[in-house]
Design a protein around this ligand. Structure first.
Ligand SMILES: [Zn+2]
Length: 359
């Protein structure tokens, strides 16, 4: 752990080495899943680079000098932070070069070239770099190609495929990995999102290594949905048609924004995936931390005997496919309906097995 940042020791080490050998680059692109701590890391790095006691302890901000305190309160004059404005889908060019009345007199590209006010360098962080427009990227090119002395520009995005080639070729890429499950689980308890370790561990398993997703999944509405869904996901209870209608309504209740509805649908797929992953693990004799309703559902599936394993594999296979359809913006109602119909088909083979065994 580095100054409260968990799970990214290899990145810390890389920056320590860079600093020790005087090889700090002027532009970085931090890539990795949302919610793994890239922004927090970038701010801590900025604090370390701006710290007035940095000469004695590179990469370890003292936390008490004027500069460190100003970074913490978001008021450091030599640190610029920009990101998607509320309700916007793109990073507007004004953030980089000022509005029409102040072109090239304001904005990140202007500020980063100014003389530092406190220390000896200026730093700029660009959140949501996945959403740079061509125009904004063009404005950044000059800064990337001729960085003012000592400046550090950090772009923060999720994946390489979402970046423009002109940016990719001019920055050093730093890859952030998903957080280990035990780290997410511990953070959920530390942040008092939940005080139940079994629930923390379940949320962490479903979060795909993102603290942000884990916190979203901790939503009490989702928790109620999960309890309800788990009572339907039993070998004897499953009925795809009413369930599709019910889930579709629940997804629509998430809000008008497509993003919120997709998030809810992803959570539903997550509940099913997590259940059948646990069934699979339990059928191989591995036990996880579980919460009440999930335990009952797992027990019910284990009772179908050796078919539990192949059923769990088939469900996981189909649900992962549904997840990737969701990523490709498939129609939500159709996706739900087809997915549940296919699960019904998988489950019906279990009842055939059962009826064959009993006859
Ligand atoms: Zn300091």
């Amino acid at each position: 752990m580095w100054h409260g940042i968990h799970g990214h020791d290899h990145v810390v080490e890389r920056f320590r080495q860079n600093l020790a050998h005087g090889r700090l680059a002027s532009s970085y692109l931090f890539l990795g899943p949302a919610g793994v701590g890239k922004h927090t890391f970038a701010r801590k790095l900025a604090q370390a680079l701006l710290c007035q006691n940095a000469a004695t302890q590179p990469l370890d901000p003292c936390g008490i000098c004027e500069s460190c305190l100003l970074v913490e309160s978001n008021n450091h004059p030599d640190l610029d932070l920009i990101g998607l404005p509320a309700g916007k889908l793109r990073l507007p060019v004004e953030l980089f070069v000022g509005d029409r009345d102040h072109r090239h007199q304001q904005g990140l590209c202007h500020n980063i070239a100014l003389r530092p006010r406190i220390g000896n360098r200026r730093i700029a962080l660009v959140d949501d770099a996945d959403h740079l427009t061509n125009e904004s990227a063009n404005c950044l090119l000059k800064t990337l190609e001729e960085p003012p002395q000592g400046t550090v520009l950090i772009l923060i995005g999720t994946s390489r495929s979402r970046q423009l080639p002109t940016i990719l070729s001019r920055v050093q890429i730093v890859q952030f990995e998903p957080l280990p499950t035990d780290v997410v689980s511990q953070l959920l308890c530390d942040l008092e999102i939940t005080s139940d370790p079994a629930r923390a561990s379940m949320l962490a398993r479903r979060s795909a290594g993102s603290l942000h997703s884990a916190i979203e999944l901790a939503d009490p509405e989702l928790w109620a949905l999960e309890e309800r869904l788990l009572t339907q996901l039993l070998p004897t209870e499953f009925n795809s048609v009413p369930l599709a209608a019910e889930l579709n309504a629940l997804v629509n209740q998430a809000g008008k924004e497509a993003n919120l509805r997709r998030q809810r649908l992803r959570a539903i797929l997550g509940i099913v995936n997590d259940l059948f992953r646990s069934v699979l693990r339990a059928s191989c004799g591995v036990s996880d931390d579980r919460s009440g309703p999930q335990t009952a559902a797992i027990e019910a599936w284990l009772q179908i005997g050796s078919a539990a394993e192949s059923t769990a594999l088939a469900v996981l296979d189909r649900s992962l496919e549904a997840e990737s359809q969701l990523d490709r913006n498939a129609n939500q109602a159709t996706l739900l309906e087809c997915w549940l119909d296919d699960l019904a088909e998988i489950f019906s083979q279990v009842s055939n097995i059962k009826s064959r065994v009993s006859t």
